[in-house]
Design a protein around this ligand. Structure first.
Ligand code: BTN
Length: 309
């Protein structure tokens, strides 16, 4: 019922009367009112007017019916703590491979190494639950696959020089446009799920919180359809996972990276290392050449480019 109400409000511009809703839906006006209250409490921007109801700013909402081929494995949250929390719960409850959780707003969005991910209005925030038939040691492949596919899509759709930064950020001209976070659970020798969370600066203005961030809107000079972008990414990512997993994803990823050959600082939970990024090996680890010439492999961490060196 709630979904039908939202659909009717989306289809009709302006105010829809309670009477109209109750006659189309075949329920009383009191019942319509109760459902509307429920939707408002859940965070849907429905305005109540003397003459009826109006859905504010629905033009680029990521409602489930915008992705009809993906229901019922697509979940939309107007507001949630983090799509990672919702996805983890669904994954533990046994949801299918390629379940998607998208949110309009996150109150506790998180990034790698326990950072906050500021989730301001207009950004794209979602998590995909994957159940790859892989041993835990190879789960890194899906992360590299996600960043490669998204960088390629940004290049094709918007003609922006998107590059991948180890491990899975996407930059345009050294400014961060996208961050990825992955969480995995495994049972002995097989992955139970890997959740890939993606935060993409689309029509938001991230610079206030992160001076070295950039949005697609500021790059292309117009509003961008998040719906279209999300739909195309999910299609390309799903296709790659289904048909291209035999490809050497690290080699593909390297064709888009701006990390190799750069002086970098790598921060992990235990230590900070500086050197030159010389390679990403077949396990996804970064190979760092230290000032004394020795090589050090780093499996997981955050990479900062040292400029002016
Ligand atoms: C990073 O660059 O540190 C990773 C950022 C990941 C942000 C996304 S937004 C959707 C999903 N939900 C979260 O709380 N985090 C990820």
């Amino acid at each position: 019922m709630k979904e039908k109400i939202l659909q009717l409000l989306t289809q009709q511009e302006g105010i829809v009367s309670g009477e109209q809703l109750s006659s189309v839906l075949g329920v009383s006006r009191v019942s319509v009112w109760k459902h509307i209250r429920g939707l408002q409490d859940a965070g849907y921007p429905i305005e109540s007017h003397p003459k009826g109801y109006r859905l504010a700013s629905s033009h680029d909402a990521l409602f489930a019916w915008e992705f009809p081929d993906r229901t019922p494995n697509y979940h939309y949250e107007p507001e949630t703590s983090s799509t990672m929390d919702v996805a983890r719960k669904l994954a533990r409850e046994g949801c299918p491979h390629f379940t998607v959780v998208a949110a309009e707003r996150q109150t506790r969005g998180r990034g790698r190494l326990q950072r906050t991910w500021y989730s301001t209005d207009g950004g794209l925030y979602f998590t995909v639950v994957l159940r790859p038939q892989l041993p835990p040691m190879l789960s890194f492949k899906v992360n590299f696959c996600a960043s490669f596919v998204l960088a390629r899509l940004l290049r094709h759709m918007f003609d922006v020089p998107a590059c991948v930064k180890w491990p899975n950020d996407i930059l345009v001209g050294d400014r961060k446009i996208c961050g990825m976070l992955s969480e995995m659970e495994a049972e002995t020798d097989v992955v139970s799920f890997v959740n890939i969370g993606i935060g993409l600066n689309v029509n938001n203005a991230p610079e206030a919180d992160e001076p070295r961030a950039v949005s697609l809107k500021s790059l292309v000079g117009r509003d961008v359809s998040r719906k279209d972008l999300l739909g195309k990414f999910l299609e390309a990512f799903e296709d790659h996972l289904k048909n291209r997993m035999q490809d050497d994803i690290i080699e593909s990823w390297k064709t888009y990276t701006s990390t190799l050959g750069r002086p970098v600082r790598i921060v992990t939970v235990h230590e900070t290392s500086e050197g030159t990024a010389v390679d990403v090996d077949e396990t996804g680890a970064l190979v760092l050449q230290l000032p004394d010439g020795s090589l050090k492999k780093i499996v997981y961490g955050d990479c900062f480019y040292r400029t002016g060196e």
